[in-house]
Design a protein around this ligand. Structure first.
Ligand code: FAQ
Length: 313
């Protein structure tokens, strides 16, 4: 059997591909592309929420939000490590983010204007992330799949904390309920965009599905999301901002309106409301952390020297 045939058979038999296995160059590249987009989303995703750590309404909310933001940093780290197993260094990957070459999810280029936005990010954005990521626990590349198992456990906690914030607000004063409705009005459509372009325009889907990197198409996941979230919005007493939303008994799912794809591509190409602000904040955080990296490297070098001297003695 050729190396290509062994690889194809493993994919067909649902056997994981591991770092030392032979893999086609295009498979390696597409994994780096997707994992990079994903890792950078976790990193940049910390920024809109971190804005609210100092303004969270109670100590309990503050502690929970702080823990959530720290979790996102951890998710980024698992994913950067998974990328390293494919030969992409963390430094190169971060350079690509900071230069604007690498993508991250469009959703994080929208502003968080009120506390209800933090609830909505947890409820809707983490809800979308879970739907997309649970199938990734079965993705064909071992290190990515294993990282996703832990990520998904933490994301479900994030989603619950978001839903709980929304429950409190929608059961609160008229002003709080209005704040919750305003947040869903602004976040609903951008969240639907998280699943990527429609299938007919998703250039990467065909190969990614064949290689079992993706298990569901962008539109399939978007449909699942709408079907899952509409009853939750109803439970909260909030209105989904889509006049075309209607139950379709035949397909056993909701029909819904068309996404503004011009807006989607505008944001993906760097011209959303907060693209510049997010990248500036990310670059600043990286520069401000230079001393930590230097100290960690100096410590590791010293330790390695000590070990070498001990062995030599
Ligand atoms: N934003 O051909 P497709 C989170 C790009 S994590 C920006 O369909 P593919 C946690 C796409 O990269 C959220 N760009 O591509 C959290 C491609 O460009 P390229 C992130 C987008 O890869 C929660 C081009 O468009 N999750 O939220 C977007 O088959 C709360 C054509 O697209 C993941 O990354 C977009 N929305 O499917 C953190 C999950 N959509 O690379 C903090 C893993 C598409 O050719 C707080 N990723 N593009 O230059 C995936 O499942 C896939 O990469 C898709 C896109 C589904 C995102």
């Amino acid at each position: 059997m050729t190396e290509q045939e062994i690889f194809d058979k493993k994919i067909d038999d649902d056997v994981r591909i591991e770092p030392k296995d032979w893999m086609p160059e295009a498979y390696r590249k597409t994994l780096i592309r997707q994992i990079s987009q994903h890792a950078h989303s976790e990193y940049v995703g910390m920024l809109p929420e971190a804005n609210w750590i100092t303004r969270a309404p109670t100590l309990r909310r503050k502690a929970t939000l702080l823990a959530k933001v720290q979790d996102e940093a951890g998710h980024g780290l698992y994913l950067y490590s998974a990328m390293e197993t494919l030969g992409m260094s963390r430094q190169q990957s971060l350079d690509d983010l900071h230069s604007g070459k690498a993508k991250y999810s469009s959703i994080f280029n929208y502003p968080t204007l009120t506390w209800a936005d933090i609830g909505t990010i947890g409820w809707l954005v983490d809800g979308a992330a879970i739907l997309n990521q649970v199938p990734l626990c079965r993705t064909s590349y071992g290190p990515y799949a294993r990282a996703m198992v832990r990520v998904c456990k933490e994301e479900s906690f994030h989603q619950r904390q978001g839903f709980e914030i929304m429950m409190a607000l929608s059961a609160g004063t008229a002003e709080q309920k209005e704040m919750a409705q305003d947040a869903i009005n602004r976040w609903w459509w951008p969240t639907l965009m998280m699943f990527g372009p429609k299938d007919s325009e998703s250039g990467n889907s065909e190969l990614s599905m064949r290689w079992r990197i993706k298990r569901f198409s962008n539109d399939e996941l978007r449909q699942k999301f709408v079907d899952m979230m509409v009853p939750q919005a109803e439970f909260l007493g909030l209105k989904v901002p889509d006049e075309k939303l209607k139950w379709n008994a035949e397909k056993n799912g909701y029909d819904f309106g068309e996404i503004d794809w011009e807006e989607f591509w505008r944001v993906v190409k760097g011209h959303g409301q907060c693209n510049k602000q997010r990248l500036d904040a990310r670059r600043k955080a990286h520069d401000d952390g230079a001393w930590v990296r230097e100290a960690a490297t100096a410590y590791a070098e010293k330790r390695a020297q000590r070990e070498a001297t001990k062995k030599g003695a």
